[in-house]
Design a protein around this ligand. Structure first.
Ligand code: SAH
Length: 476
């Protein structure tokens, strides 16, 4: 290959990586080209080159892909938060579904997947050992792929004239690009930001400046309960209080739905957004929201799924796959604040949840009590330690085990114990189809078969995709 750094070359985009960068090839050499879409023919500038792959910058699109659309957000390229905005939503869904399908086939060697709702090709039906025919169902997309996020965090800074600005940090820099209406966030964000900015300009309350560690207002965290309409505002400050905070709170309270106003203290030189201490200014210190019939109490620091509408669909799918009748003992591993556990508890005899973060388990217990569930029990610890210990002590069987691990997937010790416990069904919820595929292979080799696979889009515009898989124990 004779392309050198700073050369301009032509390439066809054949695929996209997990970060949403287009992938094109020249003489077998792989290029990652941001801001391109599968099917584009582009001209690109070689930037950084490694042995077998390199990075190039898009110069211009020579022949646009049929999947290309004009990004709805004016700053989508600078922001980089939505890597797939130049692709129509329909194409995004296809892309995500294909990515999961291909990973399951290539990495997981699950080559008996039958795509439902599409023609099945003859010959693709060869059955691997312990892998009966499995249904690959159509991805669950969003009705509206905009304004789906219930949470936003905006940093504050000043522009050249010294006026207060909010927006987002450009790329990996700390320069704020003013943009107050992210199209993934709720409409109220803009209103809330305006109130805070006007207040800061009026009373000369300075935004925090990273370089000098001076100034007061660092960030604002905004959350909304989609079902209840409740709004939360939490100002992250470099100090203990905001002058005239009462007045600011008064103005914020005029916004419909305002339910909780607080300040989070962060006086550290850090780019971690939140500090440890939160001081409540007005309201109970939390907002309430529902996923299905389960009620959740959300405080500024608690983890909560950012797309509640799709989360409900994802959990319903997991619940359906769990096939509960009311008699089952269920484990929910990597349970976070117990969102899936409480969903399952509505239909199971007993649910055990395991999670590594102690605060999340405190929230899980509180949410369990809030909903009056007496059949859930939570443990703090690693799934790969808590589960084997329990099994050794009680030897007790489980009917269903649900796992929802982080991107790196399940620890082998955890999978090994699941196999020993021998539940009838394993429901795997995954945010990374490569590790999902690896873990499914492990279980397929040890007496389980894939029954159903279904993707769910929780993060439109971005490359992320969630997948739920039902596996069942092969009867001898
Ligand atoms: N099921 C939850 C959260 C899933 S995210 C929900 O739907 O809201 C994955 C969770 O796994 C995180 O909360 C993370 O803290 C936790 N985690 C990471 N490693 C873990 C481990 N080894 N054992 C148990 N939990 C772990």
């Amino acid at each position: 290959m004779d392309i050198k750094k700073n050369d301009i070359f032509k390439a066809t985009i054949e695929d996209m990586n997990d970060e949403g960068a287009g992938i094109g090839k020249t003489d077998g050499y792989i290029w990652f080209i941001k801001d391109t879409v599968i099917g584009d023919v582009v001209e690109a500038l070689a930037m950084k080159m490694k042995k077998s792959y390199g990075y190039a910058r898009l110069i211009r699109v020579l022949e646009p892909s049929a999947a290309r659309v004009e990004p709805a957000c004016p700053v989508s390229r600078q922001c980089g938060g939505c890597q797939l905005q130049a692709m129509s939503y329909e194409e995004q869904l296809k892309f995500k579904e294909n990515k999961v399908f291909n990973n399951l086939v290539r990495i997981g060697k699950i080559d008996n997947l039958r795509r439902i709702g599409e023609e099945t090709k003859d010959g693709g039906q060869q059955v691997l050992r312990n892998c009966g025919e499995a249904e690959f169902l159509p991805i669950i997309g969003m009705e509206n792929p905009w304004r789906y996020r219930n949470k936003a965090q905006f940093p504050f800074g000043v522009d050249r004239e010294g006026k207060v600005v909010t927006g987002f940090f450009a790329g990996r820099t700390h320069t704020i690009i003013p943009q107050e209406d992210c199209l993934l966030g709720v409409e109220e964000n803009r209103e809330i930001l305006k109130v805070i900015k006007d207040f800061m300009n009026q009373y000369h309350v300075r935004p925090y400046e990273e370089k000098t560690h001076q100034g007061l207002i660092r960030h604002v965290l905004i959350r909304k309960g989609f079902r209840t309409g409740e709004l939360m505002v939490c100002l992250v400050i470099n100090g203990r209080n905001v002058p005239k905070m009462e007045e600011l709170a008064g103005r914020l309270r005029e916004i419909k739905g305002m339910a909780s106003i607080s300040c989070n203290i962060n006086t550290e030189k850090t780019n971690v957004i939140m500090g440890e201490e939160t001081v409540h200014v007005w309201g109970p210190g939390f907002i309430t929201d529902y996923i299905g019939d389960v009620k959740y109490r959300i405080s500024p620091q608690s983890f909560y799924q950012v797309n509640p509408v799709q989360t409900e669909k994802l959990y319903r799918t997991a619940l359906e796959y769990a096939g509960l009748t009311g008699n089952e003992v269920v484990w929910d591993l990597y349970c976070g604040i117990g969102t899936i556990s409480l969903f399952l508890a509505q239909k199971a005899r007993k649910v055990f949840g395991v999670e590594i973060v102690p605060q999340a388990i405190a929230d899980a217990r509180e949410n369990g009590a809030l909903n009056g569930f007496k059949n859930v029990e939570f443990f703090v610890g690693k799934a790969e330690e808590v589960l084997p210990e329990w099994y050794e002590k009680h030897g007790s069987p489980a009917d269903v085990i649900v796992v929802d691990p982080p991107r790196k997937g399940c620890d082998e010790k955890c999978l090994e114990t699941i196999v020993k416990m021998g539940p009838d069904r394993v429901v795997y919820v995954s945010c990374d189809s490569a590790t999902l595929a690896r873990d499914l292979r492990y279980l397929c080799d040890r007496g389980y078969q894939v029954q159903k696979v279904r993707c769910c889009d929780m993060f439109g515009g971005t490359g992320h995709v969630e997948t739920v898989v039902l596996m069942s124990k092969v009867k001898e």
